[in-house]
Design a protein around this ligand. Structure first.
Ligand SMILES: [Zn+2]
Length: 123
């Protein structure tokens, strides 16, 4: 499935999740429908501090509509960590990092190999 973009509502929700979880991280899986990322699944468990997205790999459901993941960086550095780059290829093609202070522009999308990707926001 070719991913055409992410639903604006979902992006706003992800930014809210980042804000509400701060100073902790959240991690969610993203699902597409008809090529648009529009659903999320929160992974179980509380993550406190650090950059621990990769620890949650074992809890991931197997899902053909899995488009990627989203997680927050409370330190505001919107760039994949080494742990992220290991985690990304296991959980879909597109990965959003949401960073402090969680404004509308405080996110970026990366491909599974950690390179920036221009993800379209669809209203
Ligand atoms: Zn990270």
């Amino acid at each position: 499935m070719n991913i055409r973009g992410i639903r604006q509502e979902l992006l706003i929700l992800l930014l809210e999740l980042g804000r509400n979880s701060h100073p902790n991280e959240f991690v969610a899986l993203l699902r597409e429908r008809d090529g648009i990322i529009e659903e999320l699944d929160m992974l179980p468990g509380t993550i406190t501090g650090g950059d621990s997205a990769s620890l949650l790999f074992d809890m991931m459901p197997l899902d053909t509509h899995l488009a990627g993941s989203a997680h927050s960086h409370p330190n505001g550095v919107i760039r994949p960590s080494n742990a992220d780059v290991k985690f990304f290829p296991r959980s879909g093609r597109y990965h959003l990092i949401i960073g402090y202070p969680y404004r509308e522009s405080d996110w970026k999308c990366f491909t599974a190999d950690g390179n920036p990707h221009d993800m379209e926001v669809i209203a």
